[in-house]
Ligand binder design. Structure first.
Ligand SMILES: [Zn+2]
Length: 481
């Protein structure tokens, strides 16, 4: 009798050791236009003053534990959240090592508040409102803390679909490589009710363009609202490989383009496809293990424009000398001047920024966190045209086409993620701009880093530089070994 009881207890605790315990929730982070000075981020070199709020902004979170380790997956409706902020939240939570890990990614809406100090009244002037910023960080801390205190048993269901991109997303930079992958992960109670859903898709949340003056999380807002209405549980949305340049393929048929009806159409369509994916083929798991690993790397700032405006760009990042010493407060001013006076700045003088590459495991699901906007070809290849979806691989009128013979050979990142469900998440735990394959990094270092080469090479001007790509991919390889 005693033996049976012991055995039962042992079985229960073994099951408990790897069974998922989960909580999901959301908290409002809509800017308050009466008390917070808001500048809209996302286009050009200066911000826009909003006239109103179209739909609410949220911090959404899924906290998953196997009772040994705990991971909080957090999505924020904003353009990007820098590493310093992620670290500040971790410190406040007391999650700075050991058994708990915060994985935070911005949705990258282009109609939200400036959270990066890049879109103020004038170029190189911050548009961040300090009150809003600290309220946003505090809200995330409280959300994660609250959810961590009310975890409940759940099982995981993971699904994937390939989305036909026409009418949803297109690629505006050659070669045409559109990542069709739509991922959805759901945590379910015993009674089958959803505790929370994670959706990941790759397209810029920029249905609303530069002319828009109403704050909106863009299509991820509509997507999450739809999933939440249909499942009853919160929805965390992550962007995948959205660089170079995955942009919404809006409906031109009614003569309308970038309007709120399109935001709703794109968001709800992708939400419906994500939920439909569970009805086709899915992986189920009753438990973990839950795990995480990350690599901290330093990448050189090579972009000439970033160097000119270095004193204004240190918001959210610590800078280091090439030899590893942290930079003093005056160094950015001196380096900016030196860059302007005696271009080019020697490599040994270029500042380094610290960033993070991470891998999270939730049983059969792996999430690879990339700290920026990865060009999809770095994730899935496609230089042979397999992801061009009927478009020419290279526009015949492109005056400066990419030299595809020099394109990197596989295996690509997606293939290296060998788990049964491997999900690449962009803008994770930092935002370093575009991450571009070196062979097509054509905007060389001129003094002003203007896109002076013909063809579509805007992305280079919003990238830390060509060296970052190899450093970040190497860190991914180490994590995936
Ligand atoms: Zn972007």
């Amino acid at each position: 009798m005693v033996f049976t009881a012991l055995l039962l207890q042992l079985t229960a605790s073994l099951a408990g050791a790897h069974g998922f315990r989960v909580a999901a929730g959301k908290a409002d982070i809509t800017p308050d236009l009466r008390t917070e000075t808001t500048w809209m981020a996302g286009y050009g070199a200066s911000g826009r003053r909003p006239t109103g709020v179209h739909d609410p902004f949220y911090a959404r979170a899924l906290v998953v534990s196997d009772e040994d380790k705990t991971v909080a997956l957090v999505a924020l409706d904003n353009i990007g959240t820098f590493r310093e902020d992620v670290e500040a939240i971790r410190r406040e939570l007391g999650w700075t090592g050991g058994k708990k890990y915060l994985f935070l990614a911005a949705t990258h809406t282009h109609s939200g508040p400036d959270t990066e100090g890049l879109w103020g009244r004038f170029p190189a002037v911050s548009g961040v409102d300090a009150r809003y910023h600290s309220r946003m960080l505090k809200t995330v801390v409280e959300l994660v803390r609250g959810l961590s205190a009310r975890l409940e048993p759940a099982r995981l269901s993971a699904a994937r679909a390939d989305v036909e991109p026409h009418g949803l997303c297109r690629d505006s930079r050659d070669p045409v490589v559109i990542d069709p992958e739509l991922d959805a992960v759901q945590f379910l109670r015993d009674d089958g009710k959803s505790l929370g859903t994670l959706v990941r898709w790759s397209c810029h949340p920029e249905v609303m363009e530069r002319g828009n003056r109403e704050l909106t999380p863009d299509f991820p807002g509509a997507l999450c609202a739809r999933v939440e209405a249909k499942t009853g549980g919160p929805c965390v949305y992550f962007s995948g490989a959205i660089g170079g340049m995955m942009t919404p393929d809006v409906d031109h048929s009614k003569g309308t383009r970038h309007e709120f009806a399109e935001v709703k159409r794109v968001g709800e369509r992708v939400a419906d496809l994500a939920l439909a994916a569970f009805r086709k083929e899915r992986i189920e798991a009753s438990g973990g293990p839950v795990g995480f690993e990350s690599r901290i790397v330093r990448v050189p700032v090579e972009n000439s424009r970033y160097l000119i405006f270095l004193p204004n760009l240190v918001f959210g990042h610590k800078l280091f000398h090439a030899d590893g010493r942290p930079m003093g407060a005056l160094s950015p001013y001196w380096l900016s001047l030196r860059h302007l006076m005696s271009f080019p700045l020697p490599d040994a003088l270029r500042p380094r920024v610290e960033t993070e590459v991470s891998l999270v495991r939730l049983g059969p699901v792996q999430l690879l966190g990339i700290p920026g906007e990865l060009l999809p070809e770095l994730a899935i290849g496609g230089y042979d045209g397999r992801y061009r979806f009927g478009y020419p691989l290279v526009d015949p009128s492109n005056p400066n086409p990419p030299d595809l013979k020099r394109a990197p050979k596989g295996p690509y990142l997606r293939e290296k993620l060998k788990s049964r469900s491997g999900i690449i998440v962009g803008l994770a735990n930092d935002h370093l701009g575009y991450i571009i394959p070196a062979y097509d990094f054509q905007v060389a270092h001129n003094r002003s880093m203007e896109p002076h080469v013909a063809g579509t090479h805007y992305e280079e001007t919003n990238s830390v530089g060509p060296s970052a790509t190899a450093i970040i991919l190497k860190a991914c390889d180490e994590l995936l070994k």
